[in-house]
Design a protein around this ligand. Structure first.
Ligand SMILES: [Zn+2]
Length: 320
C-alpha cells in the first residue's frame, strides 16, 4: 500500500494536522486552538498529541505514513530541523530543535520542518497551480508578505534558509514606514495588511481625506477586510492603499522575474480576496515594468491549493 503523507500546520491561532493520499487528496484532518501560549516543548507535546489522535482515529500507525512535514511562519534551519526564531506565538521561540524533540516520540519516522511559504510553494508545485512547472516562485500577500522558490523541482532555500523572503526586499529607500525587520520601505511595509493602519495614517498626513470618518487615532482598525470595504465605498484613502499595494506587489514580481526568470509566479494569501481588480492591477503593474525584456510570456497564476494550502504544503515536504 502507498503510504499516507502527513502535514502539520503550526499557526499562530490554530494547530492543524492532516493525512493525504500520495496523490494529494485529503483523507482526514484535525485541529486544536489551545497551543499558542505554550513554549517550544509545549508545542512539541501539542503536536505529538494531535498526531497520536489523528493516527488513532484513522486506524493507522506511524509506519503507515511516508513522513510528517511541519510548516510554520518562522526563520528555520532546515538541515538541522530547528526553529531559529519565531514570534508567531505568545512567547518567542528561539534556537529550538523541534524535529529532534518530536522525533523522540516517533522513533524512525521521517520528520521535516520548513517555513510556511516554502511549504506552500512546494505544495503548489506538486498539487496546485504549478504542476508540471520546474521553476516557480510562490508569493503570499497577506498580513505579511512571504515567498518560496522552487527551481528544477526542488526548493531553493539559500545558505541560511531565508531565500525567497520577498517581503523584505526593499522597494522604496525613502519610505517613512519601518518594517518588522527594522528596514524602511520593504515590500511588506508598503503592501501587506499588517501595515494598512500605518499606510492609512501616512495618506491622511499627506492630505488625502477619509470619506468613512477614519482618523489617525482610529486607523488601527483598517485591516484587509476594512480596506476592501472602504475601497468599495469610494474612500479615497482605502483606494490609495489598494492601488499602492498592487503597484508594490507588481514591482516585486518584476524584481523576481529579473532575478530568476521563472516559468511561473503564483500569487496567494488573504489579500487576493481584495478581488479581481486588485489582481489585474498587480499584473498590469508587472507588465508596465517589463518593456522589451520579455521573451515569451512568464505566467502569473493564482494559488490553487486553497484552504488547506498550509497542510498540503507541509505534507508534500516529505516528498522533496
Ligand atoms: Zn522588512
Amino acid at each position: 500500500m502507498d503510504k499516507f503523507l502527513c502535514g502539520v500546520d503550526l499557526g499562530g491561532t490554530k494547530l492543524a494536522a492532516a493525512l493525504f493520499t500520495p496523490q494529494g487528496e485529503l483523507v482526514a484532518k484535525d485541529m486544536v486552538h489551545d497551543h499558542s501560549d505554550k513554549d517550544g516543548d509545549g508545542q512539541v507535546l501539542a503536536i505529538r498529541d494531535l498526531l497520536t489522535t489523528l493516527f488513532r482515529n484513522n486506524n493507522i500507525v506511524p509506519a503507515d505514513v511516508a513522513g510528517v512535514g511541519i510548516a510554520l511562519a518562522a526563520h528555520i534551519n532546515f538541515k538541522k530541523g530547528m526553529i531559529i526564531t519565531t514570534s508567531n506565538f505568545v512567547h518567542t521561540i528561539t534556537d529550538f530543535p523541534l524535529v529532534e524533540k518530536l522525533g523522540a516520540f516517533f522513533p524512525g519516522m521521517k520528520i521535516v520542518l520548513d517555513n510556511d511559504a516554502n511549504a506552500q510553494a512546494f505544495g503548489e508545485h506538486k498539487f496546485g497551480a504549478g504542476q508540471g512547472c520546474e521553476s516557480l516562485v510562490f508569493v503570499t500577500v497577506s498580513t505579511g508578505i512571504g515567498g518560496g522558490i522552487a527551481l528544477n523541482g526542488k526548493l531553493h532555500r539559500g545558505r541560511t534558509g531565508t531565500a525567497g523572503e520577498v517581503g523584505h526586499s526593499i522597494i522604496d529607500l525613502d519610505s517613512e514606514i519601518q518594517c518588522t525587520c527594522g528596514n524602511y520601505g520593504c515590500t511588506m511595509a508598503l503592501a501587506s495588511g499588517l501595515f494598512f493602519p500605518d499606510l492609512y495614517r501616512m495618506h491622511l498626513k499627506r492630505g488625502v481625506e477619509s470619506s468613512i470618518g477614519i482618523t489617525t487615532e482610529t486607523a488601527d482598525k483598517m485591516n484587509g477586510p476594512a480596506i476592501k470595504k472602504g475601497w468599495q465605498e469610494g474612500d479615497p484613502v482605502s483606494k490609495a492603499i489598494v492601488e499602492q499595494s498592487a503597484a508594490v506587489v507588481g514591482a516585486e514580481l518584476f524584481n523576481i522575474f529579473s532575478m530568476l526568470d521563472p516559468e511561473l509566479i503564483i500569487l496567494g494569501g488573504g489579500l487576493m480576496a481584495l478581488g479581481e481588480e486588485y489582481q489585474n492591477r498587480i499584473r498590469d503593474e508587472f507588465r508596465c515594468h517589463t518593456y522589451k525584456m520579455m521573451v515569451g510570456e512568464m505566467e502569473i497564476k493564482l494559488a490553487e491549493t486553497g484552504v488547506d494550502a498550509g497542510l498540503i504544503g507541509a505534507a508534500v515536504l516529505v516528498l522533496e
